[in-house]
Design a protein around this ligand. Structure first.
Ligand code: DUR
Ligand code: ZN
Length: 158
């Protein structure tokens, strides 16, 4: 038997955005306006910066049949990888407004979105930055750190 522990590295920003990502963060916050969130009132915006310089934005799209909706992160990431399958992802910024008001504490992605991020890290053999935005605190973390013990098809390949 062996006891072990995991450490997650992240950087916290107080009332500022990570250097170089100011525009991406503003893009994520701005696109929350386009969310379709009539059931939760929680509008999420995601802005994906690709390695070719393109920025793809997405929002959460809800549905009367709840599970049929999709989070902002996956909306943006799936489209980004559809439009530019060769490019790869450099960063994703995520912002949220609850009933119209920007959340104070940074928003964090659900397990399914983390799983999709993990796939992208494996697919392009490259980690990327995840910027989780709040009015008072914003967090910068590597995608690979967000889902320890994630399921990877690669694990079963020789
Ligand atoms: O990181 C997150 C967290 C939540 N949501 C969406 C799902 C649902 O539409 C609403 C409330 O959970 O917010 C996202 O899009 N991304
Ligand atoms: Zn999600």
């Amino acid at each position: 038997m062996e006891k072990a522990e995991l450490k997650i590295d992240y950087i916290l920003y107080r009332e500022s955005y990570p250097e170089g990502y100011e525009e991406l963060c503003r893009a994520a916050l701005e696109i929350t306006e386009n969310a379709y969130c009539v059931y939760s009132g929680f509008a999420v915006g995601a802005a994906v910066l690709m390695n070719n310089g393109e920025v793809i934005r997405g929002t959460n799209q809800e549905n009367a049949a709840y599970p049929s909706g999709l989070c902002a992160e996956r909306t943006a990431l799936f489209y980004a990888c559809s439009a530019y399958p060769e490019a790869g992802v450099k960063a994703i910024a995520v912002a949220a407004r609850d009933k119209g008001v920007e959340v104070d504490e940074y928003v964090t992605p659900c397990g399914a979105c983390r799983q999709v991020m993990s796939e992208i890290v494996g697919r392009y053999h490259a980690d990327f930055d995840v910027i989780l935005i709040g009015r008072t605190s914003t967090l910068l973390v590597k995608a690979s750190q967000l889902l320890p013990f994630s399921f990877k098809l690669g694990d079963t390949r020789p």
